[in-house]
Each structure stands twice: as structure tokens, then as C-alpha cells.
Design a protein around this ligand. Sequence first.
Ligand code: CDP
Length: 797
Amino acid sequence: MTSQALDEIKIGGLGSSRKRVEDDRFIRGRGNYTDDIVLPGMLHMEILRSPLPHARIKSIDASKAWEIPGVHLVLTGEMMATRNLAWMPTLSYDTQAVLATDKVRFQGQEVACVIADDPYIAKDACEAIEVDYEPLPVIVNPWQATADGAPVIRDDKVNQADNVVYNWEVGDRAGTDRAFEQADVISKLELHYPRSHPSPIECCGSIADFNRATSKLTVYMTTQAPHIIRAAVAMVAELPEQMIRIISPDIGGGFGNKVPVYPGYVCSILASILLERPVKWIEDKTGNLISTGFARDIYLKGEMALRRDGKILGVRMHTDADHGAFFSDAQPSKFKIGLMHSAFAAYDIPAAHLTARGLYTNKAPGGVAYRCSFRVTEAMFFQERMVQAAADDLGMDQAAFRRMNFVRDDDFPHRTPFGFLTDSGQYAKCLDVGLKAIDYENFREEQAAARQRGRLLGLGISTMTEPLGAGNSREYDILGIKMFDSAELKVHMTGKAILRTGAKTQGQGHETTWAQIVAHELGIPADDVVVEEGDTDTAPFGMGTYASRSTPVAGAAVAMVSRKIRAKARKLAAHLLEVSEEDVEWELGRFYVRSSPGRGVTIQECAMAAYSNMPDGMEPGLENTAYYDPPNLTWPFAVYIVTVEVDPETGVWDVLKMVAVDDCGVRINPMIVEGQIMGGLTEAYAMSSMQFITFDADGNCVGSNYMDYLLPTAWETPGYELHSEVVTPCPHHPIGAKGIGECAAVGGPAAFVNAVIDALTGTGVRNIDMPVLPDRVWEAITYRRDVSGAPPVRQDE
Ligand code: CDP
């Protein structure tokens, strides 16, 4: 039989590097972002923020603001309190002030809002509001938070006598103790992953439009999770959920920053309800950097129990996480420190134990998973820094130490020391590809020779395996809502289709790749499938896009709904071909009669029949919905290797070469996957070399603008060599795909830092905290000591 199946690459199916359909509007400047939307009668809102990090509010006098022509409303905490809206619940079972009533608890906290004819009047009116603050002692790190006599930041909470948010532990304490008793060598390292910020180019914003005549509230907003926002608005504002429509238009980058609910959203909604006019709030860059979800800010004390021959016997980790003034992490509810315990999943380690403590400080709340699955970035950074230090302590080769301890290919599914079940991987093969690409042996020789001449070359390896696709409903929920996702597919009578999912793209290219999954499953060309996301009135319920969960969960739902459509189309085909369903075979784009392969009907003919010639008793139409509750997380793996040269005179370091070997299972669109990896590596480079938000001893945020918070441009960004030759399909995902969006940002930072530390071999320097700034490197070389990145404390302490 000669197959008449379609050429999958030609129709834009799996494996096709189809050009991104959304770029057509983006590169022409025709995207439709929240700030592009203008509604008739629209007013503008600005927020007054606290200049102080910790102060009691003695009084707020807004009378002068009310007098300014063009001002329609001034909202204060007191007014919010009369509507029970001064505080709101967070995604981590804490509360967060919407507008401050009693105290301000971080610099930049929302104190009042003005709604006016234009944003300039609103801004001027904010400045006319007089707030009388009584300054309080400031806490900017965990040590101050736990010091004797430390002021209690959350004195609003009953039974909160200190600044501890939680104490949490996971793993096998007794087994780990035994491993340490048997160890030949114990390797120790203390690290800080500094506070960083996702800093999307588009800041947060919303336009609330309450229509009194219909009682319908429509909110256009920058959210990565529109359905969760709808549920939150319904519950917090006690509005009927069916009367709330959240629309996420185009989003200019999210990276986790656009998951939480922010006070600005709540205030614009209340203002629109009170004024019965649309109210737009668009945050400025400083507002975004100082008040919205930060990431990381976590300290590690790590220890590894090692056998002399290199076998890792056990790992102990303790983390102190600085959560800022409100515990508002967006993460699965069961896990207090996110998925930090995914650390060491790629290594075969008999026992591990993690204790985690969360602390309130006078900093903005957040703890968002910045391009990361709930603290996995920190986990992988700590893991790979500890692995390098352990190999050094044993005097072993970095690569050999890793290879010896990797989970072997035939050991899957593998139970990790903290209890996850990893699905598949070829870790040693990825490492081999990376070592070959970097020319490992030759580089080591070159490095030794260069050292003789006073040149400092270094090589850093980092590996990562990331739990992507949160998650199965047995273990993963946010505020009790299970973390499944959805897809709805409607095939029109001409064979063209519209697909909607509960995910929400922010630049990742879902409009392109979801259509490719439909093409793969049904043979409908990807160009014939339009993809829509982000409107809660039209899209099926989903938990949104973050933590690289879209492909593992929503992408799987797209495959499953396509299969439901195919099952119905098969019945239609049997009817058209006048044979029984059992006699019908499928090849891409076409059903045919098994005994007579030349006799067949295309998927498009089946679609037409669904509206014009269905068999008796069949429900007309060709559409369906699938909700996908993943059986497990997907576990991509990567090896990143970087070589650097450090200038011993200045501490400046330059990347010589970087190779990335990513195994994310089946690649839907190889070009998009490469784009995701390059973007992630660039963010990793930024975090390791230049980027952090810090605070001075008085709690002032340093890093509140792009002069201080650095984003690498094309000028600074190094080149990357990407390798795709290792493909381990995910055994439980319908098309074998694993997530990729975050992998390089997760695994990349340790490669850069390890390379700089490797260049300093022989100086006794074991650690320089990120960002590895030239002055820190210079200090390490000059004084032969580790350089900590912990924020300063006051001189008088
Ligand atoms: O959740 P998010 O979209 O941020 O991350 P993702 O699911 O890892 O996907 C990022 C982009 O890469 C999407 O356009 C995916 O469809 C695409 N992708 C792919 O083409 N092949 C994979 N195996 C994984 C993702």
C-alpha cells in the first residue's frame, strides 16, 4: 500500500520549526497590550507608595488631593477597610495589605490611590496626600529578623510573636545522620542566592470596567493566570463569578511576575465599581521593581557526606528564605519552600534532609518562581555549587564526580532522595555531548599552561533536572484548587479550527506550538488552526502559565482533545465509507478502509459530514474539551558548560565559550525551543554576573531602576552553542514532550559561577556570591577569601 499520509513537517506538525505566528503582529508593533486598550470614559489610577520601609501611620490627610480639578476618587486604607478590602488573602494562606492602614512594612508599599482624568493629574494628586509616618526599626535580612528583641513586623496577625513565617522539613533525617556518620569526607558550603526580579519589559496593569446596567465586571489585565484571578476576585470582592470576565490580552513578558494578585488590580476594580467608569492602572518601572513579586533571596547551609572514592552518601540542606513583609509565594500549597526538595534529583543519593525556615523582613513580598518551578532555580544552583565544592574537596575531576553519581539510564522511574519520582533521562550521554563540545581534555591542558603564564582560565559545569508540569491532583493544588489544565477544540465544517486553552502565553509562542500539536494529531495544517488564550468567558478553566507547565499540562490537553475529535471523526469516516468503524485505519490527515487503502476520506471531509451528513443518532458538530490531570511531572535534563577568563588585576571575567545540551523530550518546535534556551541562558548570565536587588541598612531598595538593576544587552550577552542530539521522550506525556521554558535560567547560573571559582583554583576561594561582580572577584583574589553577598547591617549593630 502506498501511504497517502500528509508530510508532517510540511503541515507544521511536531518537529517543524514553524515561524511564530504571533510575531507577525509583534514585530509590526501591532500587539494588543493592556496599555493599548482605551475604553470610552476611561479614568486613570496612580498609586502613592511608602518612602519608608517600616513605619506606623499616624494619619493620612487626602483633602488637598480631593481638591485638585480632574480628581474623581482618592482611595485610602481606611476606605478600603469599610468595605473589608484593606487586606487580601495571598496564594500562600497569608494576608497582604491592599492599602496600608496600621503600618507600612516595606519601601514602595501601596498607601493610597488617586483616580483622575489622566495619569498626570493622578500622580500630582498622589503627591498632595499628606501621610504622617512614625519610623520603626528596619529588618533587611533573616539574622536581624531572628535577633533578640527584633520588632515584630506582622503585629497585625493574632498569635504572631516573632518574624518566623514557617519552619518546614522534608526527607530522611535519621538516614541522613547515619550517612554523615559513615562519611570519609564532609564537604560544606554556605551560599546566598540574591533577590532578583523577573522585570518583564511590560509592567503590571489593569483596566477594570464595571457596567452597572448589566452588573458585569470586565477586567483587562496583565495576568499569567486569568481563571485564578477570576476566582480570587469572586471570593475577595464577593462578586458572582459568572459576572466577572478577566481578559489577558498580549503580555510583554511575565516570568512569574504576573501570577500574584497585586493591590493595583484590586483598587482599580473597586474604583470602577464605585465610579461606574472604566479605570486604568499601569505601573511604572520603579513601581514594578520595588513592589511586585521578587524572586530568590535565600540562604543555604549545605553539607555533603562523601566516600573517599567519590560516592555521595547523603546531603543535608538548611535554607533561610527572606519572604519580605507578606508571605505571598505563588506555589503549590503543600510545599512551604516550593519545590526546593527537587535538589539532587539527578544524583543517586541514598539519604537527604532539608530544613527550611521562612522569615518576614521589611522588603517587598514575592517569592515568585521567576522563570522557575517554585524554587527549583535555587535548588539547582545550590546543588551544582555543592557538587563542585565536593569534587574539589575530594580532589576529583568535576565531570567524573558527576558521572559517577548520576542516576543511570536504566534506573527510571527513579525515586529521588526527597521522594519525587523522576520519569526518564540520559544524564551521562548529555554530559558526554557537552564535554566533547567544549573540548574538555584540551581545555584542561590549556588552562594548566595558561596558569603558568599568570592567566586565569576556568571551566564550570552545571546540570539540572527540573520538575515541570505541576501537577498531578494528588499532590499539587493552589489554595485547594487542583493544578490540571484544559483545551477546547472546535473544528468548523470547512476543516479549519479554533483551539482555546486554560494556559496564557506571555511570549512563549503557544499560538504557534499548540496548532502544531493539533496538526500532529489530526493532520489539519497548523495554519488552519487559530489559537486563543486568556479570556475567561471563552477559554476553558486552567491554572495558567508559569513553572513551564504549559506543554506538560495544557499541551497534553491539546493532544487529548485532538484525540477525542479524531475518535468522533473515525465514526464519521466509517459512515462516509460505509464500513464498520473497526475496518477504518488512520494515517496523518486521512481515514481509509483497511482492505482497500485507496478508499479514504480526509479529516476535512469528516468535518463537513459532522455538520451536513452525520449518521443517525450522532450528535452533530465536531468539537470537544479535555481536562488533563498529569500523572506525574515531566523531568527534562540539561548540561551547561562554560569557559571563562578572569583578569587577575581587575576581577573582570569574560565568557570564552558556552555550550548547552538540553533534553526536553520531543521538541514540538525546535526553533522555539532554542529561543527559550537562549533567553534562559541570558537571564542566567545576568543573574550570575550583574543583576540583583539589594537593600541598604536603612531598608532602601537599591535596584529600583534600570541604572541599578542591570539587564544584559546584545553587547554583553555571550554566544551560546546549543545541542539537541539527546532526546528522551517523556513516558507519560501524550506526545512525549517535557517542559523547556525555564531550564536554562534554572541551570545556567551555577555554570557561570563554577567557572569563575574554577579559575581561582589554588587561591583557597570556595565561594563568591552572585552576582559575581568584578569587585567581588578582585577582593577574592587579592585577599584569598570567600566573598559573601549578604546585605549590609547598620554600623551601630
Ligand atoms: O509554560 P511555558 O509555556 O512557559 O513553558 P513550556 O511549556 O516549556 O513551553 C515554552 C515554549 O516551548 C512553548 O511554545 C512550547 O510549546 C515550546 N516547547 C516545545 O516546542 N517543545 C517542548 N518539548 C517543550 C516546549
